[in-house]
Design a binder for this molecule. Structure first.
Ligand SMILES: [Zn+2]
Length: 299
C-alpha cells in the first residue's frame, strides 16, 4: 500500500513533535470568540437550492444541529485519547514507532486507571449533543478513539474494554479493510453491532490539506458509503489523517455528511470547533499516572 510503515511513522513523527510543543493549554482568546461567525443559515434544504442562485448557501448535514461556535468553545472539553496499534514492541520498532504502539499490558493498566478513577467512556453522538445543546454526560466522561483499522484494536483492545463496559470509536481507512493485520469488514460490523462507533479516516490516509476535485469523492464520499453499507448506520464523524486539517476542508466535509471531525492536539478553529475537536495520542511508554496527568492538563 502507498502508506508504507516508514512513511507512516516518519509523517507521524512530525505530528508528534508538533503535539509535544503544543500540548500546553489551548485556551481561545476572548476576542476571537467574540468575533466568531454567526451560525450558518444553511439547513438540509440548502442542498435543493434553486439552480439559479448564484451563491448557494453552505450545506449543513441533515443531522447537524445549528449552534454558535462560541457556545461550543465555551463548554469544557471532554478528554479524547487516540490509539493506533495495541501490541508488544518488537526489536525493529523505532523510538518514534513506539509512540504509536501501546503494549497490551500498558493498555490494560491504562484502562484500569480510568475505571478505578471513575471515568465513563462516551461516543461521538453523546459528545455532539453535549457540545451543541449542553446535553448531560456521565460523570468524568472520556472518549477512546482508535485510528487506522489495525487488527489488534479488535483482537486485543476491545476485549479489554469489555471488562469495564467501555465503548470506543474506530476511525477506519477503508483501503486496508481485509488486508493482513487489519480489520475485516465483518469485524468492523461486529464492532458497530456491539455498541462501538465507526467513523471515517479516509480511503488511504492521504493528507486532507492536499485534496482537490475528485479526491473528495475518493477519500471521503466513497469510504463513507462503504462504511454505511458495512454497518447499516450513517457515518457522521471523521478523523483527519495525521491530525492535519485546514479551513478549506471543513465545508467539504460538511457537504459529505460529517457533522464533526477530530484532529490531534492543535488549537480548535474559532469558526468550526465541531470540525476541529482535539485529541491526544497516548504514547506506548506512558504509565497510567502519566496518562492521568495529561488528561487533566490537556483538556
Ligand atoms: Zn491515521
Amino acid at each position: 500500500m502507498k502508506t508504507t510503515a516508514s512513511f507512516y511513522f516518519a509523517r507521524h513523527a512530525a505530528i508528534l513533535a508538533a503535539i509535544v510543543t503544543t500540548f500546553s493549554c489551548q485556551s481561545v482568546p476572548e476576542a476571537n470568540v467574540a468575533i466568531a461567525a454567526p451560525p450558518a443559515a444553511a439547513t438540509a434544504a440548502a442542498t435543493t437550492a434553486p439552480a439559479t442562485d448564484p451563491k448557494p448557501a453552505p450545506v449543513t448535514p441533515a443531522r447537524a444541529v445549528r449552534v454558535d461556535p462560541a457556545t461550543v468553545l465555551a463548554r469544557k472539553e471532554v478528554p479524547i485519547l487516540c490509539y493506533h496499534q495495541i501490541r508488544d514492541w518488537r526489536d525493529t520498532d523505532s523510538k518514534t514507532a513506539q509512540n504509536y504502539i501501546v503494549p497490551p499490558q500498558a493498555f490494560r493498566d491504562q484502562l484500569k486507571m480510568l475505571a478505578d478513577n471513575g471515568y465513563h467512556t462516551i461516543l461521538p453522538d453523546q459528545l455532539y449533543a453535549y457540545l451543541t445543546t449542553g446535553a448531560a454526560l456521565p460523570p468524568k466522561p472520556i472518549m477512546l478513539t482508535f485510528d487506522d483499522t489495525d487488527l489488534d484494536q479488535f483482537t486485543v483492545a476491545t476485549p479489554e474494554m469489555d471488562k469495564y463496559g467501555f465503548k470506543g470509536v474506530f476511525f477506519i481507512m477503508t483501503v486496508s479493510l481485509g488486508r493482513p493485520n487489519y480489520m475485516s469488514k465483518a469485524q468492523v460490523k461486529a464492532l458497530s453491532d456491539s455498541g462501538h462507533s465507526i467513523g471515517s479516516h479516509t480511503w488511504d490516509h492521504h493528507n486532507v490539506k492536499q485534496y482537490q476535485g475528485q479526491d473528495w469523492v475518493t477519500q471521503i464520499e466513497k469510504p463513507s458509503k462503504q462504511l454505511e453499507t458495512i454497518t447499516g448506520k450513517p457515518i457522521s464523524y471523521f478523523a483527519y489523517p495525521f491530525g492535519l486539517w485546514n479551513p478549506a476542508a471543513i465545508p467539504q466535509l460538511k457537504q459529505r455528511g460529517m457533522i464533526a471531525a477530530f484532529q490531534l492536539s492543535g488549537k480548535r478553529d474559532v469558526n468550526d470547533p465541531l470540525h476541529t475537536i482535539r485529541r491526544i495520542i497516548v504514547p506506548g511508554a506512558w504509565k497510567p499516572a502519566t496518562l492521568q496527568s495529561w488528561i487533566q492538563k490537556s483538556f
